[in-house]
Design a protein around this ligand. Structure first.
Ligand SMILES: Nc1ncnc2c1ncn2[C@@H]1O[C@H](COP(=O)(O)OP(=O)(O)O)[C@@H](O)[C@H]1O
Ligand SMILES: [Mg+2]
Length: 256
């Protein structure tokens, strides 16, 4: 069992599961998968097929890039994982829980264990950096003391301790995205999903975001990140899954 919370809060390195991501035909024990998709398809109400017959396993502690052209199904895949959309066929397991049947509180509980980062940051404009990050914890009933204990390490992790009292419009795009990463990890989820997190950033800020995500990954957080930036994928040197028209391209997973 990874102890990300302790590692993150005390800034010490725990034992980390060996990074490994493969298709379903691998011999990896079931218990080591944090994400498992079996013959998953998603057809939207208007008949458009977002994903077609996807089989995938992501191991605990992996760092996986998902690439593909616009409209290839990257966001759809992530949305199915955190329950923003429901699969029309197949089974999806996240952290051992089947996602598709979840509703209401059960779905909310699953989402508490998943950090989500979006391309457009989705920060609350009239709240400071610290408040944006703390908001997640407040809404989940954390005590004031616990919020204080978690806030500073989260800010340090993304290099924003000195911007804690700034508002989003006083930050650069890179700083806003780093705030959204801090918000996503402040409750120490074992899984982080990032949908085009560098889509609005210049190369330098993009690389800073990747470095932070890699650091989190070294603490044991499983990271799944979509991008269409091939330079970034190449520089990061992590396994890549390539989507094309809602399907996994043949031989798509592998070190780049
Ligand atoms: N809510 C929706 N309703 C209908 N079609 C959708 C919806 N969301 C996405 N799609 C379609 O599903 C396909 C995959 O979209 P998406 O997952 O957003 O691709 P990507 O993130 O790779 O750009 C596209 O053809 C897109 O138009
Ligand atoms: Mg997308």
């Amino acid at each position: 069992m990874l102890n990300f919370a302790a590692a993150f809060l005390k800034k010490t390195s725990p034992n980390v599961a060996e990074p490994l991501t493969r298709g379903l035909d691998c011999e990896k024990p079931e218990s080591q998968a944090i994400i498992s998709l079996r013959s998953v398809s998603k057809r939207y109400k208007n008949g458009v097929v977002g994903l077609h017959c996807i089989d995938l396993e992501v191991g605990k502690g992996d760092f996986l890039f998902i690439t593909g052209h616009s409209g290839s199904g990257k966001s759809t895949l992530l949305k199915l994982l955190y329950g923003a959309e429901r699969a029309t066929e197949g089974e999806i397991y996240v952290n051992g829980t089947e996602v598709t049947p979840l509703r209401g509180d059960a779905l909310a509980m699953l989402r508490r264990r998943i950090g989500i980062v979006f391309q457009d940051y989705k920060l609350i404009p009239n709240r400071t950096v610290a408040e944006n990050i703390a908001f997640v914890l407040m809404s989940q009933g954390y005590t004031h003391q616990e919020i204080e204990r978690r806030l500073q390490p989260a800010l340090r992790m993304v290099g924003l301790s000195h911007k804690a009292f700034c508002f989003p419009d006083q930050l650069s795009g890179g700083e806003q995205q780093r705030t959204s990463i801090a918000r996503a990890i402040v409750n120490t989820p074992p899984l982080l999903l990032a949908d085009e997190p560098t889509g609005n950033l210049d190369p330098e800020n993009s690389w800073q975001v990747i470095k932070i995500l890699k650091k989190l990954n070294s603490f044991g957080v499983t990271v799944v990140l979509t991008t269409h930036d091939h330079h970034l994928v190449k520089a990061a040197g992590c396994p890549v899954l390539h989507l094309q028209n809602g399907m996994i391209s043949t031989g798509a997973i592998g070190a780049c």
